[in-house]
Design a protein. Sequence first.
Length: 261
Amino acid sequence: MSLQNRVALVTGSTSGVGLGIAKSLAEQGASLILNGFGEPEHIQKILSQFEAEYRVRTFYSEADLAKPDAIAKMVQDAFEIFGRIDILVNNAGIQHVEKIDEFPTERWDAILAVNLSAVFHSIKLCLPRMRQQQWGRIINISSTHGLVASANKSAYVAAKHGVIGLTKAVALETALSKITCNAICPGWVLTPLVEKQIEALANSENINSKEASLRLLSEKQPSQEFVTAEQIGAAVLYLCSEAAAQVRGTALNIDGGWLAQ
Ligand code: NAD
């Protein structure tokens, strides 16, 4: 599969799942707009690696996705540099774990802004160009928590359920076109977002991080193995392919059996 003439924007691609997705797209030759936080040297290293290893054009946007103006600038810059965006992967996400009685309101606001509202803003800004180009792929990284809940994750669960609803609505609004919109629902992937939860469990239960990882997995993920960012990247490539032209409005679980229970 060649994506050589395609331009992809992957939000939150300086780490974890987003970085894995960006690599999969770059391996197929797509030009990449990367986004996310991180040390400048770390980000520079990623950009140099993409250009050297995959020989693709890259652009990095430091946009804070909690800010609609920053999203607008990111998309505008991308159009100015590449002239198009063919593939939009809404991946950036944050988490906060606390029971609702004590859930800080500012964390609720931040999670809703980054995990849900940013998806709306990016789609709204990219879709008119995709319509002009008469082709597009919108892929929203939701979660198993977009389909079922866990205690102490009210904001995350609400936002990720919202992403699946938004995905379906956009899929219907684009159904007569060559633009598709789908969601991917990963189970546990070992990234900094999950490492923080493993560390918190290890500290609260006074166990080492290996035991904490196993406990986290056994509680939810029957395979007892982490999903990898590469596996999510491969699913993104499938959704970008012509084979997936009629896959519309789905929520694709990649979860080691989490949602089969
Ligand atoms: P991560 O913490 O490794 O990466 C998150 C990325 O988002 C980073 O690049 C970070 O800089 C960026 N980001 C965070 N806030 C941002 C903001 N305000 N503006 C711009 N960028 C921002 O986390 P991850 O595990 O790779 O998560 C990626 C996505 O996958 C998230 O949407 C997450 O909810 C989802 N997900 C992760 C798992 C998992 O087990 N790791 C499971 C299901 C879904």
